[in-house]
Design a protein around this ligand. Structure first.
Ligand code: GDP
Length: 304
């Protein structure tokens, strides 16, 4: 129910476009397919993924000879779910913290404004609710506001934060955070990082230094690298995914701000194109507004 609400804008817009795409047509023909292509692209599914979906529907139309437009909803839903099943997105679950990894270290990356801090706060809240102890590391030392904002979330959730002055070395903050977590015997560490996309080499160097230094404390840290993408930025989110996956080994995604956009299709395109599981979606600014991404529920919520 909350998912439906969170995705309301995407859903309404998608439906009205889809309705227009088939208006006055009883049969799925080339015109309808052209319109459908436009609907998908304008919902930010991405061109490549859109073409894949259209191709599959074309195959179906040519196989079944006649496909009525009233069946299009169902077919589209099946094809999109099928596509997501082929990507690793289908396997996404919430973070699981194995007992033998203590502390379990999650490094969070993404451009400024994508919703990193907020997502970290929401995650910390979920871990705490699950009975795990959490330490946050404010390694986005480039902006004072980022440190303060993380502090606000740490206070809100009631978890400790390790911070230094603005401008200090991010790797040093990460190091301190891990040491503090080890001393406290904490279960989970979440490290915020600076999201400057000034240039790829710098970004790469900065993130690999943070990793290297963390490994002096916890040999196999980070256990997960979560990339946070702002879902309302559409094609920009694709571009950011490209840059960050090139700069560091991202192994899971969180797509935020899906409540404020009509372009929820971005989740489908990003899952398909990067073959990295979308683990979480952000559907609001509140502490509870982070959901584990479930592809079936997601696709269903679009067609309900
Ligand atoms: P950061 O710079 O990446 O750390 O971004 P922040 O976490 O500070 O988020 C930037 C803005 O986006 C803030 O105003 C957040 O409240 C807002 N925000 C983050 N996630 C969501 C979301 O899922 N939905 C909505 N509506 N706003 C969000």
């Amino acid at each position: 129910e909350t998912l439906d609400k969170g995705l309301e804008k995407s859903k309404t817009s998608f439906f009205s476009k889809l309705t227009k795409a088939v208006a006055g047509k009883s049969k799925v023909d080339d015109d309808v397919l052209d319109n459908l292509e436009e609907v998908l692209v304008s919902s930010d599914v991405g061109v490549n993924t859109t073409l894949k979906i259209i191709e599959r529907i074309e195959e179906r139309v040519s196989r079944d000879k006649y496909v009525g437009t009233e069946e299009l909803n169902q077919i589209l839903r099946e094809e999109i779910a099928g596509l997501l099943s082929e990507t690793k997105s289908g396997e996404a679950t919430e973070f699981e913290v194995p007992k033998d990894k203590k502390p379990y270290v999650i490094m969070v990356v993404g451009v400024n404004g994508a919703g990193k801090t907020t997502t970290i706060g929401k995650l910390a809240y979920q871990f705490k609710k699950a009975g795990l102890s959490v330490v946050l590391g404010a390694a986005d030392t480039f902006r004072a506001a980022a440190i303060d904002q993380l502090q606000v979330w740490a206070d809100r959730v009631g978890v400790p934060i390790v911070r230094q002055q603005m401008g200090s070395d991010p790797a040093s903050v990460a190091f301190d955070t891990l040491q503090s977590a080890v001393t406290q015997n904490a279960d989970v560490v979440i490290i915020d990082t600076a999201g400057r996309l000034h240039n790829k080499v710098n970004l790469m160097n900065e993130l690999s230094k943070v990793k290297r230094v963390m490994q002096k404390v916890v040999g196999d840290a980070p256990h997960d690298v979560l990339l946070v993408l702002d879902g309302s930025t559409g094609q920009n989110a694709f571009e950011q995914a490209k840059q960050f996956t090139a700069a560091t080994e991202v192994n899971c995604l969180a797509v935020t701000k899906l409540d404020g956009t009509a372009k929820g299709g971005v989740v489908i395109g990003i899952s398909d194109q990067f073959q990295i599981p979308v683990k979480y979606i952000g559907v609001g600014e509140g502490i509870e507004d982070l959901q584990v991404f479930n592809k079936y529920e997601f696709v269903d919520s679009f067609f309900k």
